[in-house]
Design a protein around this ligand. Structure first.
Ligand SMILES: Nc1ncnc2c1ncn2[C@@H]1O[C@H](COP(=O)(O)OP(=O)(O)O)[C@@H](O)[C@H]1O
Ligand SMILES: [Mg+2]
Length: 351
């Protein structure tokens, strides 16, 4: 984008050179685009500190206003610009959301530049500012979606752990104590039968609690990874399900969790809405992309906008820079596919 704008400026104004410069903190600057002449002091992409005190960069940074140099021979430190063939130059600042972001400058082999140069350049600085602001809010949106998903996942994982280490352990202990009481020889028959009822009730409560904990966050996913978690998921489904999972080793936790939820929601849908006779789950890691698909042979007609399940999956997958596709013709079964790019674990840890 920066290069395109800078090229367009050169095309329009025919100056000797056109540059776009971004300020960094503490008043250093980076040339983000350069068209026209070059010199040892011009290096696109590199941070730049020793610009002359009366040059454009320093003046725009100090004043936040347009700046001009009418003759580089008259400013100390102007030699590199003269060597480059420049005599005069004009700069107009770029403000993004009220903050000084940088500036656009044009330079000429003769001088001074016409007095309306600033005004004509400001059309381009406005355009650039709008584009930068849009890109920034897009990036912020992606980041905030990712934070929401991560926060929800962490909370679920914490609840699962608390259930497991707290209530579940207490129920196990109580069940044990009751079954020991039942063995007590001098027990009245009526009391014994009551105690047996209590023991059975405790076991049911424990099973239900495990089921709930698994729904909140599947511990097998954290412990054993995606392949085993998908197989466990399939084994608990009401439908017959075939699982083919070729996912060696472990993937970054958000990817494992994302893929898991795609499969668990799709299988729940297949059981709940599809009137299917069976479903297929395929997961494979290829060339740094995890591909997962869930297909059923049911009635089709699934639409993401009608529920929260599929919509939530799309949010989650896009947060991981992936894609979710829903293929569900009426009468033709449903196939949910997702592709998630996977960065090697070591790189993620190394950051
Ligand atoms: N596998 C499927 N087969 C047929 N219809 C489906 C299937 N999956 C989803 N649907 C339809 O699409 C809608 C949206 O699904 P979803 O977003 O998961 O919402 P929910 O399951 O909460 O209703 C469902 O209400 C259902 O009508
Ligand atoms: Mg659903």
């Amino acid at each position: 984008m920066f290069a395109a704008v800078t090229k367009e400026i050169r095309h329009r104004f025919r100056p000797l050179t056109a540059r776009m410069i971004r300020f960094e903190s503490q008043g250093s600057a980076t040339i983000v685009a350069n068209e026209g002449t070059e010199g040892p002091h011009v290096s696109v992409g590199e941070e730049w500190t020793n610009f002359p005190e009366h040059g454009l960069t320093a003046v725009v940074w100090r004043t936040g206003r347009p700046a001009r140099v009418d003759d580089y021979r008259e400013i100390p430190g102007g030699e590199p610009y003269l060597l480059e063939g420049l005599v005069s130059a004009v700069a107009v600042p770029i403000y993004v959301s009220g903050r000084l972001w940088g500036f656009i400058a044009i330079g000429s082999a003769t001088g001074p530049l016409p007095s309306d140069a600033e005004e004509r350049l400001s059309e381009f600085t406005d355009l650039t500012a709008t584009a930068i602001a849009a890109a920034q809010s897009r990036a912020e949106l992606i980041a905030s979606r990712a934070r929401i998903v991560a926060a929800a996942d962490n909370a679920r994982q914490r609840i699962e752990r608390n259930l497991h280490d707290g209530v579940q352990q207490q129920l196990v202990t109580l069940a044990l104590q009751v079954s020991m009481l039942v063995e007590y020889p001098e027990l009245d028959a009526g009391v014994r039968s009551e105690l047996e009822n209590i023991a059975a009730g405790l076991r049911t409560a424990l099973t239900e609690l495990r089921e709930i904990a698994r729904g909140v966050h599947p511990a097998v996913l954290t412990k054993a990874g995606l392949g085993p978690a998908l197989r466990a998921l399939a084994s608990r489904s009401a439908l017959p399900i075939r699982v083919r999972a070729q996912v060696p080793g472990r993937l970054p936790p958000p990817v494992e969790v994302g893929a898991y939820y795609v499969v668990s929601e799709s299988l729940a849908n297949a059981a709940k809405h599809a009137r299917a006779t069976h479903a297929d789950v395929v997961a494979a890691l290829d060339d740094g992309v995890l591909r997962v698909s869930v297909s059923d042979d049911g009635i089709g007609g699934a639409v993401a906008a009608e529920g929260t399940g599929l919509m939530g999956l799309r949010d989650r997958v896009e947060t991981l820079r992936g894609r979710l596709t829903i293929d569900s013709p009426v009468g033709g079964g449903t196939r949910i596919r997702c592709e998630i790019p996977v960065e090697p674990l070591t790189e993620i840890r190394g950051r």
